[in-house]
Design a protein around this ligand. Structure first.
Ligand code: NAP
Length: 312
């Protein structure tokens, strides 16, 4: 049996359940490609799955390889693959219900894979799929953000937040972002029009009404966000479903987005990266064998951009 290095879990729990080991190398089935992983980004969903928070929803079988943000090279093709060829440099946010990319190889459905941005390396390309798709699907698909609209982005310096800031600016929106003080210069350089220090002020006291709120935090932040929406505005959350009753009572709209793989949107995101409209922000690079440390840092909740595992 061919094996590969991978980071797996055999049970749910704290960082200590992560195991760096030799795992069976996968084979692509019909409509799938085998990708040699060069880099895999760490996302909060990785440690949420590790802790078992999503087990009722995703029904994984263990052992499970974590990590659903990848950049690499197509190694071989399953039958029926037409769009990709061996040697293509690709990136993906693969199906979260299957094995992930903390590994030397991953099998991905062709429909979930796009050519990576040509102008950036694999480390930076791996930082874009999950956060880029999340920003795209919240701001454009769910909220229909248009030029001239005002958008409040909570957690603007994080993985999702910084992509949302950049995509909203590209669309021509007026962008307000919340972050702790250490991230303010960074956010201004990304183009944020108004930066709010959530530790120093209540955002609802200083933000004029907005058309769109992107909630990446949930809880109290989500509850307080209703009050900053214009009539007919929309609260889009990726942290927890906003109340439909509250939205109706306030004359606003709400949506919860669970990000979906989408190769066509990834191709657009790659185009924006190559056109220097979207910068991949990588805070930390670690070897695959250090996935545990990467997850521990992610779990503290103050990552700027992404933490990326180097595999090749
Ligand atoms: N539903 C979905 O499909 C989906 C998709 C992607 C992500 N998510 C979820 O969305 C959340 C954010 O993901 P991410 O990848 O962007 O996380 P991340 O990279 O870890 O970023 C978190 C950011 O939140 C900021 N922050 C922490 N507390 C805050 C507060 N009270 N107010 C404002 N900002 C605060 C931190 O900035 P400071 O250092 O400035 O505090 C940090 O930059 C996670 O819970 C993740 O699981 C859901």
């Amino acid at each position: 049996m061919k094996t590969m290095k991978a980071v797996c879990i055999y049970s749910y729990g704290g960082p200590g359940v992560l195991v760096y080991e030799n795992a069976p190398s996968p084979h692509p089935g019909p409509g799938e490609v085998l990708v040699r992983v060069h880099a895999a980004a760490i996302n909060p969903v990785d440690w949420k799955i590790r802790e078992g928070h999503l087990k009722e929803m995703l029904h994984h079988t263990l052992p499970l390889i974590l990590g659903w943000d990848v950049s690499g090279v197509v190694e071989s093709l399953g039958t029926g693959v037409v769009r990709l060829k061996v040697g293509d440099e690709v990136y993906s946010r693969p199906d979260i219900a299957r094995d992930g990319a903390y590994a030397e190889f991953i099998v991905i459905r062709e429909a979930e894979v796009a050519l990576k941005p040509k102008s950036i390396d694999h480390i930076h390309a791996a930082a874009l799929p999950l956060a880029g798709l999340t920003a795209w699907q919240t701001l454009f698909d769910a909220a229909g953000l248009a030029a001239g609209q005002r958008v409040l982005i909570h957690g603007a310096a994080g993985g999702v937040g910084n992509c949302a800031v950049q995509l909203a600016k590209w669309k021509g929106a007026h962008v307000i972002g919340t972050a702790s003080a250490r991230n303010h210069d960074f956010l201004r350089k990304l183009g944020v029009d108004q930066v709010v220090d959530y530790n120093a002020v209540r955002f609802e006291d200083v933000v004029e009404p907005v058309d769109v709120v992107l909630d990446t935090i949930g809880g109290d932040i989500q509850q307080r966000s209703w009050g900053v929406l214009k009539p007919g505005g929309i609260l889009v959350s990726i942290a927890g479903p906003p109340s439909a009753e509250t939205a109706a009572a306030r004359g606003v709209r709400q949506a919860f987005v669970f990000t979906q793989p989408n190769a066509a949107q990834l191709a657009e995101i790659a185009g924006l990266a190559d056109a220097e409209k979207l910068k991949a922000i990588v805070e930390t690079i670690l070897p695959l064998s250090d996935a545990t440390r990467g997850q521990e840092v992610s779990e503290r909740g103050h990552t700027r951009g992404k933490i990326v595992l180097r595999v090749v």
